[in-house]
Design a protein around this ligand. Structure first.
Ligand code: ZN
Length: 413
């Protein structure tokens, strides 16, 4: 989708702010000889920004507004090494809440709802983003934060929460607990707003039917405000995103060229009005595509498809490129297994092996099931994995991102 005149003017304004502040990216633009942008063609020549660069700006190198205007920082949960610090002005915090409130509205949530928030509060952007948006909407917030399942369920029942905000793994854990305790009839939940990780259709169906609720996927990343920059509508066909705050493009992750609308590639985001830490052409490494058609819900906001994976999720096994989502799709066709699975890749006797662990109940013939799964996986990815079935509940469930792929191979590079 080509950048509009108005968006282009906004990007130019952000470039001027970066240059003037001489912040980390201001210097980078200067080095690249960029003084302004005035056409869509020029925009496509602007350099990309990357998370690894953001780390070099630690601690406050990204700060582009005067310090007296910065009201908060957030930090992205770097699994290794230096964290990324994103400064926010009052306007940034308010814009984020506006976007998040719009997400809730798109999900049909109103100021009469009671929103139970289970993502974490603190340095990362999750909990506080869900909260600020709900307050802007005028709903009642129940700010639980993560964990303490006992207390979560007690509050959910007595306060009659109508909306659950959670990661998909935690929503699944709560679903299973509610069933175990037989308290489903005491739960008043109507909707779930699920963020922060990619999840399978099977898991989605499991949570939706287990809790009897509608589910909405929220999109976002700390570097770009946080969660709340996009959400699916009631038509469940991709996610609307807010093009008055962001310009999204899809590129080929190898060549860096924009791909035509409708084609799969990496999401690249430019912030249009962000003051504290504007980002130009930020590579998210999330895979999706722009859905070119107008949504049948009637909303004018453009859409991207559900996130299909990460450019760096791609596993090379026996010389074949494999995405976890491909395995997930195969597993989704087997109603006898649960939504949990684990993939382990190892290197033994000079060759790669892939083991897939799935969960099922004891009354299923394990040998027959695993053979059928192995055949289906082979027809999808081209080689036969070792499939092992375990009892339901054996595979780990985590409150945060569940690590479903474990690569045990030695790093040979
Ligand atoms: Zn729609």
């Amino acid at each position: 989708m080509q950048i509009s005149e108005k968006q282009l003017a906004q990007v130019n304004d952000r470039i001027q702010a970066l240059l003037k502040a001489n912040s980390f990216y201001g210097k980078k633009l200067k080095e690249a000889g960029i003084t302004n942008v005035s056409s869509p063609e020029e925009f496509l020549k602007l350099p990309f920004s990357e998370k690894k660069d953001l780390r070099d700006a630690y601690p406050l190198g990204l700060m582009t507004a005067p310090e007296e205007e910065i009201v908060r920082i957030h930090s992205s949960s770097g699994t290794t090494g230096t964290p990324v610090i994103i400064p926010y002005t009052r306007k940034d915090v308010d814009d984020w809440a506006t976007m998040f409130a719009r997400c809730y509205e798109t999900a049909g949530i109103t100021n009469k709802d009671r929103i139970q928030i289970t993502p974490g509060y603190g340095l990362w952007t999750a909990g506080i983003g869900f909260q600020a948006g709900a307050e802007k909407l005028g709903a009642m917030v129940i700010p639980m934060g993560p964990g303490n399942t006992e207390k979560q369920l007690e509050m959910m029942v007595s306060l009659e929460s109508t909306v659950l905000c959670a990661t998909s793994s935690y929503a699944l854990l709560l679903t299973e607990e509610i069933e175990k305790r037989g308290i489903k009839d005491k739960i008043k939940l109507k909707k779930g707003v699920i963020g922060s990780e990619r999840w399978s259709k099977k898991m989605r169906d499991r949570i939706a039917s287990g809790l009897g609720i509608e589910l909405y996927d929220i999109y976002g990343l700390t570097e770009i405000y946080g969660p709340g920059i996009g959400i699916n509508c009631e038509k469940e066909s991709g996610m609307h995103y807010w093009d008055d705050f962001l310009y999204l493009e899809i590129i080929d992750p190898k060549t860096g060229e924009q791909v035509p609308d409708g084609e799969m590639g990496e999401i690249v985001i430019t912030t249009l009005v962000k003051e504290g830490a504007p980002l130009i052409r930020y590579r998210t490494h999330d895979l999706s595509r722009i859905i070119p058609e107008k949504c049948s819900c009637g909303r004018e906001y453009p859409r991207i498809d559900m996130i299909m994976g990460r450019t760096d999720d791609m596993m090379k096994i026996k010389g074949v490129n494999v995405f976890p989502s491909q395995i997930e799709e195969v597993l989704a066709a087997f109603p006898e297994i649960s939504s949990e699975y684990q993939i382990r890749i190892s290197h033994l006797d000079g060759k790669d092996t892939m083991r897939i662990y799935v969960e099922t109940t004891g009354d299923i013939d394990f040998a027959d099931l695993t053979k059928r799964i192995a055949e289906k996986v082979k027809s999808r990815i081209g080689f036969t994995p070792i499939v092992k079935a375990v009892e339901v509940g054996v595979l780990p469930r985590s409150m945060k991102k569940t690590a479903r792929v474990i690569d045990e191979r030695y790093d040979e590079t």
